[in-house]
Design a protein around this ligand. Structure first.
Ligand code: UDP
Ligand code: MG
Length: 316
């Protein structure tokens, strides 16, 4: 089978400390893929500068000058990891057959790329890189990250366990992805929604060799929250459940208030204060949950996701 025209997309935010190392490792590896006949000679590597404040863009410019295999894309400001990936992919969609996204720090083992390309040859349209061993991550990062995947799955978000943004996509998948018009692209949730035949490649997560993580805890939590709220109206449904529960409890308290009033346990004014208070606070919460249900529906609609994606038709 013919080798694939591959584009590697690498989002970079303040990565001056590691970019040269990443470039030299990747270009050696890329050449070996070309020699093995896995990818074409005109396959490229695209660095996307996500509004870095350090010398990242200067380094990308310099790499582009010295090596015509490198493509540089510079964003006007910091748009975030997911948008940087989308920019690199969409800018180059017409010129390549398949696309792999990988972090600039090469924590996701680049040696899995060959296996991904093999799976693509065998017919997989999406190949997910899955972290097999995370012992290089801190205990805290591992536990929080893994519980994140479990929580997401429990809330009905179709994420692949321990898969981040190291994945191969065929051009066809990328075209369909373009029909998901939402601004908040939580790619690990959306790519499985696009469908098509997929496969997995397992690799061990490595240490970051230079520079620091661009995902401190605060950003990680924000990312997780974004992922949940872009996919699931479950948190809103909880309000409704809680509202119904509150209302039932309120009814019991109302019965108690009335009973106390009838048997004459109460001081004047207590019943007329407690009764509306309990009744209305119980029903308020339920009404809020109900409004939430409709807002949830509106939210699903405004995202304007495609209703279906046709893969093939026969006897058209
Ligand atoms: N990144 C980005 N924009 C941002 C934050 C991060 O493009 O606003 C890139 C970053 O340069 C790296 C990748 O996203 O290539 C993942 O970041 P990092 O390795 O710091 O995350 P971690 O591996 O610690 O989760
Ligand atoms: Mg990293």
């Amino acid at each position: 089978m013919n080798p694939a025209r591959l584009l590697l997309v690498i989002p970079c935010y303040n990565e001056e400390a590691i970019l040269h190392l990443t470039y030299s490792k990747l270009s050696v590896y890329y050449n070996s893929l070309k020699q093995q006949g896995l990818i074409t000679e005109d396959s490229r590597i695209c660095f996307v500068n996500d509004g870095s404040r350090d010398k990242t863009w200067n380094i990308i410019e310099q790499l582009c000058r010295q090596d015509s295999n490198i493509i540089g894309v510079g964003l006007s400001r910091n748009f975030g990891h997911q948008s940087a990936i989308m920019a690199g992919l969409e800018k180059n969609i017409d010129n390549f057959d398949c696309f792999i996204t990988i972090d600039a720090d090469l924590q996701d083992d680049m040696n899995a790329i060959a296996a991904m390309v093999e799976k693509h040859r065998e017919g997989a349209m999406v190949v997910y890189g899955v972290r097999g061993d995370r012992s290089s991550d801190s205990w805290f990062k591992r536990v929080t990250a893994e519980s994140f995947y479990v929580l997401m799955q429990k809330m009905g978000v179709p994420v692949v366990f321990n898969h981040a943004d190291f994945r191969l996509m065929d051009r066809r998948v990328l075209q369909e992805l373009g029909n998901f018009k939402e601004i908040n692209m939580f790619l690990r949730g959306i790519v499985p929604l696009v469908g098509f035949r997929n496969d997995k490649v397992f690799y061990n997560r490595l240490e970051r060799e230079a520079g620091e993580t661009k995902y401190p805890l605060s950003k990680m939590l924000l990312f997780a929250w974004n992922g949940i709220t872009s996919f699931s109206t479950f948190p809103m449904r909880l309000v409704l459940y809680f509202g119904v529960f509150n209302f039932l409890v309120a009814m019991i308290i109302v019965a108690y208030i009335l009973f106390s009033y009838l048997v004459g346990y109460t001081v004047p004014g207590w019943t007329s204060t407690m009764l509306p208070l309990t009744f209305f606070s119980g029903s308020n919460m339920m009404a809020l949950g109900l409004i939430g249900e409709y807002i949830g529906k509106i939210y699903e609609e405004v995202k304007g996701r495609p209703r279906y994606i046709i893969e093939k038709t026969l006897n058209e």
